[in-house]
Design a protein around this ligand. Structure first.
Ligand code: AMP
Length: 480
């Protein structure tokens, strides 16, 4: 088995890696580090969770430790689609470069230009930025990209979704032709292929997981949702979400709830809070400090339910999420893979539950066709009975009975009918945990593209590429 010490990394980097508790390189690290250290371009096809950040930061630090930065001319550049991801990459740099005395600056929105300008003026070895903010600095004449020797594009497919590709092309054009490029994407859309053909030169291509696969340690389920009346659809959907959360019982230690629209992220978080759930929203319209605070709260467990948009959640390294709830079927099928990839990480078991309303049908078909499996259908824990509304006139959460989350096994003594309103605590007998989810007759299933087929056996997740570390528990990785 390859060891980090076999990879030609600088000694100081090896020391930091050992202190981080990593024992062996992950497949993307094993594949990307050697060509990167030889100065070659690298095309890494890998998702978050595979160790890809270290696969570019470790060789960069090793290569940059010789040489000095000049004022306003960063020696290397890492482009990330979101502020959170950029901040995470910066944290990784701090960990791995702790013995290497490199300087870095983080250029992201929500942080004052003045502070960032001062750092750049002094000269930085590593500049980590979102594309828009980088170009703002460039246009203000505060930055020259002609000294960039190594350029990293992280999560290129997300850059594409967010409309950053023209910015990326422009930034490529501002850096020297001779630069080394390390380019990472979870998927290879035709547009991404075009960019890599244009800007990468004979790259070493390392692919560690098929893009459209979903981890086999993730239990998936979908619930069909038909509102009793159109004007009640939103309220009933929120009730259903709570019932689904409750039906998961104690196993749901924390969850990300994905909504397609930012406005729903806010509404769902507010509604959950009102019903006594510890929830907070995260999306691009919230200011940076608020997003960071929410994320920290979610990481340290003081927030249990994170309601998120795709963009905000992308690339977040939150190691142990027990559940993902798709409040909406994602309108881009690939987001389904990214969303549910937030759970079942590092070898843990995870669960992904999705609500599918009639208007989501075509997206659902696209999802099933992408993941090449029939997503098991779950019973609606509320049955088809009309549900209690969470209208603004409702009593505040404090005065309502706390959710009981129906964890107990049904027994005549502990489930009196009067214990809680039906919508707050579905009776255990009415709930069907996803393990029991049935592949229903086609007429009862959301009509998926692969409705008749069940190719679950073919879904391999990381397959043979599963990195050794994912078999270790998170605490072992941190401390080992
Ligand atoms: P990434 O894909 O870069 O988001 O990394 C996912 C997680 O894996 C992070 O928490 C890293 O700290 C961790 N990690 C990266 N490389 C290794 C390794 N070789 N061994 C153990 N953990 C790792």
């Amino acid at each position: 088995m390859t060891q980090f010490s076999d990879l030609n990394l600088d000694k100081k980097v090896l020391k930091a890696v050992a202190e981080a508790g990593y024992e062996t390189p992950t497949p993307i690290q094993e594949g990307a580090i050697p060509p990167a250290l030889e100065g070659r371009d690298v095309l890494g096809i890998a998702q978050t969770g595979t160790g890809k950040t270290a696969s570019f930061t470790l060789p960069m630090i090793s290569m940059l430790h010789r040489g000095r930065a000049r004022a306003r001319m960063p020696r290397s550049l890492v482009l990330c689609p979101t502020r959170e991801l950029a901040a995470q990459v910066a944290e990784n740099f701090d960990t791995y470069a702790k013995y290497s005395k490199l300087t870095k600056a983080l250029l992201i929105g929500g942080v004052s230009f003045k502070e960032q300008d001062a750092l750049i003026d002094r000269g930085v070895d590593v500049l980590i930025a979102t594309p828009g903010r980088l170009l703002d600095h460039f246009e203000r004449g505060k930055l020259l990209l002609t000294g960039v020797q190594i350029m990293v594009v992280d999560e290129a497919d997300r850059m594409l979704d967010m409309g950053f590709i023209p910015d990326i092309e422009r930034i490529f054009g501002l850096t020297p032709f001779t630069r080394q490029t390390l380019f990472f994407s979870a998927t290879m859309a035709p547009e991404i292929e075009r960019i890599t053909n244009t800007f990468l030169s004979a790259p070493a291509r390392i692919e560690v997981a098929r893009a459209a696969t979903t981890g086999e340690n993730i239990r998936q389920g979908v619930v069909s949702f038909k509102p009793s009346r159109r004007d009640r659809a939103d309220k009933e959907k929120r009730n259903l979400l709570r019932a689904l959360i409750d039906a998961e019982g104690e196993s749901c230690t924390n969850a990300i709830i994905f909504c397609n629209r930012k406005i729903d992220v806010d509404i769902v978080a507010k509604s959950l809070k009102k019903h006594g759930y510890n929830a907070a929203p995260i999306h691009g319209d919230l200011d940076q400090s608020q997003r960071m605070k929410t994320l920290d709260g979610f990481r340290d467990g003081s927030i249990q339910f994170l309601c998120a948009s795709d963009v905000a959640a992308r690339g977040l390294d939150i190691p142990a999420v027990s559940h993902v709830f798709n409040y909406d079927v994602p309108s881009h099928a690939e987001d389904y893979v990214h969303r549910i990839g937030r759970t079942g990480r590092a070898g843990r078991k995870g669960a992904a539950v999705m609500i599918c309303s009639p208007r989501d049908q075509k997206y659902f078909e696209a999802v099933e066709s992408l993941v090449q499996m029939a997503i098991p259908v779950m019973e609606n824990p509320l049955g088809s009975a009309p549900v209690e509304e969470d209208s603004p006139s409702e009593a505040p959460a404090e005065s309502k009975p706390k959710r009981t989350r129906s964890r107990k096994k049904p027994s005549s003594s502990d489930t009196p009918a009067t214990e809680a309103p039906a919508s707050d605590a579905p009776k255990p007998s009415e709930t069907a945990p996803p393990e029991e989810a049935s592949t229903k007759p086609k007429s009862e299933r959301p009509k998926g593209g692969r409705g008749k087929r069940d190719n679950r056996d073919q879904v391999v997740g990381l397959g043979e590429d599963a990195p050794a570390f994912i078999r270790l528990s998170f605490s072992e990785r941190r401390t080992g």
